[in-house]
Design a protein. Structure first.
Length: 456
């Protein structure tokens, strides 16, 4: 289009508005789309200044002209962002008041394509609600939260949407965010309501509690925190997650050490968790857990030390090797060690000198099922390495530690170098192993772990 043609088109639009005396209710979406097509021609042919002058002169005589305001706002969007934002806010507000939601949606999208703005996002969300385009709303609300992270209403709205869509992980994420906001606002009613929702849908509510524990203690009294933990206990007992329940009850008893109700509850859950332990009742009695006048922390510590030991539990002693508990009589534990036979020791000595090891530990296998370990070393050496690594803290082992373990009855020391050179090649291409620290350390990585989390 030529300059004259564009100017005439703009004048025609303004004259239509002037002589038709448009009411806001009479503006159409097609009118704004037509204006935008004209603006593209203006910008393409570099006639912005002429059109701006025309619109400004027209606005002086017709102060309520929406078309002139729209032209001025759009044409100044880069040079004067404040003018653009204020202009669009006024225009959008006019159409919101007249409930012209199709136009509000279009103008808000136009505004947001140029500038990320809370008003534009809220306006677009409002229009989509009325236009029944609810599935388009959550991504906008997430953008809104980035601009205003303390908006709890939007946060809860997103959480509810994802919950209704059966997107549990996303729902929990936003309920958790809302929980933290209301904790900081010290709103006990909302904290309790959201906590109940988290208990209903979260896979690991205990982890969420741990995330907010410190800020809870800073904002609420112990009784309120205990009430929240009580709700969590009920949830976890139903799921038979006794270790987690014990952890929570211990936490409660730190806050309320003289609370007999929770002390008795702890005993009850200990009984559930260790129901197959041959010395459970004896250990409970010796610990003093049911003697309300005894210090609770000392009683818990004593019980949890002694309950580790039971008949048929495997242990390791650095001098006497792998052993198996064969009897417990009062304060004496009888253990069948590799290098010391039937040896008796006190609980205190056992606690200080023995390491409890699981029945699938490589040391147990070497003593009680050596043939299977020898076959594994020959046919499935990577599986053997995985066993050794998973027996270690943090699922990692040094090459020297591995050598010491494997050359003890499994591989002859003289065959180590040849065996290890072959196995090492397999480990380097295996997705669950990573060599660290100049190949002196081997780490086992769960299959869904992120390799980027491993620092070389």
């Amino acid at each position: 289009m030529s300059s004259d043609t564009i100017i005439k088109e703009v004048e025609k639009l303004l004259d239509e508005e002037k002589y038709s005396k448009f009411q806001l209710s009479e503006y159409s979406l097609s009118k704004f789309k037509k204006i935008d097509e004209l603006i593209k021609e203006v910008e393409k042919n570099d006639f912005k200044e002429k059109v701006q002058d025309l619109a400004n002169e027209y606005l002086k005589k017709n102060e309520f002209s929406l078309i002139a305001k729209y032209l001025i706002s759009i044409l100044n969007m880069h040079e004067d962002k404040e003018l653009f934002i204020n202009g669009f806010m006024k225009i959008i507000t006019n159409f919101k008041e007249r409930e012209k939601w199709g136009i509000v949606e279009y103008l808000a999208q136009k505004m947001l394509s140029i500038h990320e703005d809370e008003f534009g996002l809220r306006s677009l969300i409002d229009s989509l609600k009325v236009l029944n385009k609810n599935k388009e709303i959550p991504p906008l609300q997430e953008r809104l939260i980035k601009l205003n992270p303390d908006d709890h209403n939007i946060t809860i709205s997103i959480a509810r949407f994802y919950e209704n869509e059966n997107k549990k992980d996303e729902a929990v994420k936003y309920y958790n965010r809302a929980l933290k906001l209301f904790i900081n606002k010290k709103s006990s009613r909302m904290v309790e309501d959201i906590w109940l929702k988290i208990l209903e849908i979260a896979d690991d509510p205990l982890q969420i509690y741990k995330e907010v524990e410190n800020v809870l203690k800073s904002n609420f009294d112990p009784d309120f925190i205990v009430a929240l933990l009580s709700l969590l206990i009920h949830n976890l007992i139903k799921a038979e997650k006794y270790a987690e329940v014990i952890s929570i009850l211990k936490n409660i008893l730190v806050l309320q050490p003289n609370n007999k109700e929770y002390r008795e509850e702890l005993v009850k859950v200990y009984r559930l968790r260790y129901k197959d332990h041959s010395k459970l009742e004896e250990t409970l009695k010796l610990s003093g857990l049911r003697m309300w006048w005894k210090d609770i922390r000392h009683a818990i510590e004593l019980f949890e030390k002694q309950i580790q030991f039971d008949v048929n539990v495997f242990v390791f002693h650095y001098s006497w090797g792998t052993g198996k508990i064969i009897n417990i009589d009062n304060n004496l534990i009888a253990i069948d060690f590799e290098k010391k036979g039937d040896h008796k020791m006190s609980f205190d000595m056992a606690l200080n000198t023995l390491q409890i090891i699981p029945e699938d530990h490589v040391k147990v296998k070497k003593r009680y099922d050596l043939e299977s370990i020898l076959q594994m070393a020959n046919k499935e050496p990577v599986q053997l390495i995985e066993m050794v690594v998973n027996n270690m803290d943090n699922k990692e082992v040094t090459v020297d530690e591995l050598k010491d373990e494997v050359t003890d009855r499994i591989i002859a020391p003289s065959d180590w170098q040849r065996w290890w050179a072959k196995v090492k090649k397999s480990l380097k291409t295996h997705p669950n192993f990573k060599f660290l620290e100049a190949e002196k350390l081997i780490k086992f990585i769960e299959s869904d772990a992120n390799y980027g989390d491993i620092i070389l």
